[in-house]
Design a protein around this ligand. Structure first.
Ligand SMILES: *Cc1c(COP(=O)(O)O)cnc(C)c1O
Length: 496
């Protein structure tokens, strides 16, 4: 391999170096992997059992974690003991503990034992399920498990599911398929010169809808925010009017995005009515049920989902309210050929001879796919459908009890309805209004959050501040809700 000109060949130098990796399991010394694996699992067990003793909200200042760590990677390998020590002394104190039973902010979510262990095995297998052949079991388990989830939430078997990282990605993929169907010229010519496409969604929709529309090149004007009523649900008459107006003004309607369980207040768009409007204009209907979708499994709340089976696509996040570790978002579509039309581009190095198999890379933007179905499969098997229903029903019952307490308390009020496991509330003493009331509620929230005992997050409705008390963590029991409610009610003059 000596070059004719006598110069040194970098490739030659590489091959002369002695390999430093020993042929040990996972590149670690024999026995070391097992020893640390056992210690880590013990740490996780202790962490989950003692989670209630941690402050919910991280107490670090911005930059503190970064400053505690070297700016360069170590030149030579370090012992695991040192890594584990820094994990415990630098990383863990810098965490906000989503596992904490009094985490009530955003949408409270949690993994679960079977989900965590599923992640461990998925990391060990480390497959990339881009085409069927690159991991047949990962591809087929995804199909099987998403068939189970579909049955659990009562969707017809005509829907096909794919796992993405987040609902934001799932919604992007759905809207890309809608653009492909309704604005096919964009595939060849791009968006320049194409008719202005429009996506209709309520003014309460998640920001991921607008982000997707931007990413698809439709611009800010590509979203038409439809007004909502007092219940924050989309006004279907305003929707129909907006579409009719756009059709006669040269816009190209592409899709309607309806939400079941909005992020701010868990409002429910009138999906059956919206589905009729979508059908009459032959428009793609996407339903964002990222948080609430799993609750369709409960007979008592099932009626909130009436008509969702008419959608072209639906997103449900098991990583939100189905005890599956982040990340796991499911996109169901009526016709997977529409996803392939938008996304399938097969270079020669990915061609495979199998037919009648699914190639997950054809169902979205990502080529590589983590084996996310494994943890969801473990969760669904370990708890069973009845077990999962019982936890979900418990969370909704806890929210109802809290709602009753709020309704009975002097000086407090609540946004109605509270159909799922979120209660939106605020303190509203006589004579305190406007900015003063907003400041009072933020101060109450800060006091509770800073105590470390619980965590809530705010929202804004008609320009006014409300507090969101979101229940959804697998560790949460009535005593955590009660103690947090008591903490919120501590005399307000201590706050003002
Ligand atoms: C949380 C949420 C999303 C975004 O979820 P990601 O998985 O974080 O992208 C979208 N829509 C609704 C209704 C949500 O509650």
């Amino acid at each position: 391999m000596t070059r004719q000109d006598g110069g040194s060949d970098p490739e030659d130098e590489l091959s002369r170096n002695q390999p430093v990796i020993t042929p040990a399991p996972g590149g670690m010394a024999p026995g070391e992997f097992r020893q640390w694996g056992h210690r880590f699992v013990d740490w996780v067990g202790d962490y989950l059992e003692g989670i209630g003793d941690y402050p919910v909200l991280a107490r670090t200042k911005p930059g503190e974690v970064r400053d505690a760590l070297p700016v360069e990677a170590p030149a030579t390998g370090e012992p695991f003991e040192a890594l584990f020590e820094d994990f415990r002394s630098v990383i863990v104190p810098g965490m906000t503990h989503w596992n904490h039973p009094a985490f009530f902010g955003y949408f409270a979510i949690s993994g679960s034992g079977p989900g965590i262990l599923g992640e461990l095995l998925a990391a060990a297998l480390n497959v990339n399920a881009m085409v069927w052949k690159s991991s047949p079991a990962a591809t087929e388990l995804e199909e099987v498990t998403l068939g189970w989830l579909r049955g659990f939430v009562g969707l017809p078997s005509t829907f096909t599911g794919t796992i993405n990282d987040t609902a934001s990605t799932s919604t992007f993929v759905a809207l890309a398929a809608a653009r492909e169907r309704h604005l096919p010229e964009a595939r060849e010519d791009g968006m320049a010169g194409a008719p202005a496409g429009r996506v209709y969604t309520s003014s309460e929709a998640h920001s991921s809808v607008l982000k997707s529309v931007h990413a698809l090149g439709l611009g800010h004007r590509g979203v038409r925010a439809i007004a909502t009523g007092r219940d924050r649900a989309m006004d279907p008459a305003a929707l129909a009017e907006a579409i009719n107006h756009d059709v006669t003004s040269g816009f190209r309607p592409l899709a309607i995005v309806a939400t079941i369980g909005t992020t701010s207040t868990t409002a429910i768009d009138p999906v059956a009515r919206i589905a009729e409007i979508a059908r009459s204009h032959n428009l793609w209907l996407h339903i964002d049920a990222a948080y609430a979708g799993v609750a369709a499994a409960l007979p008592g709340v099932r009626h909130h989902f009436t008509g969702w089976e008419h959608a072209d696509s639906i997103v449900i996040n098991p990583h939100k309210w189905l005890f599956t570790p982040v990340d796991c978002s499911v996109l169901y579509v009526r016709d997977p050929a529409q996803l392939r039309a938008a996304f399938s581009l097969v270079p020669a190095y990915l061609e495979t001879p199998e037919t009648d198999v699914t190639h997950l890379m054809d169902h979205g933007l990502a080529l590589g796919r983590r084996f996310r179905a494994l943890k969801l499969w473990f969760v669904m098997r370990y708890f069973g459908q009845e077990g999962l229903r019982a936890i979900l029903a418990d969370h909704i019952a806890l929210a109802r009890q809290l709602a009753d307490l709020v309704d009975a308390a002097a000086d407090w009020e609540r946004r109605r309805p509270s159909p799922f496991s979120l209660v939106v509330l605020r303190r509203s003493p006589a004579g305190v209004r406007g900015r003063e009331r907003d400041a009072l509620n933020l101060a109450i929230m800060e006091r509770v959050n800073e105590s470390g005992a619980a965590f809530l997050s705010p929202t804004e409705i008609d320009g006014e501040t409300w507090l969101r008390f979101a229940i959804g963590n697998i560790h949460t029991a009535a005593r955590h809700v009660d103690a947090t409610w008591e903490a919120l009610r501590e005399p307000a003059d201590q706050v003002r």
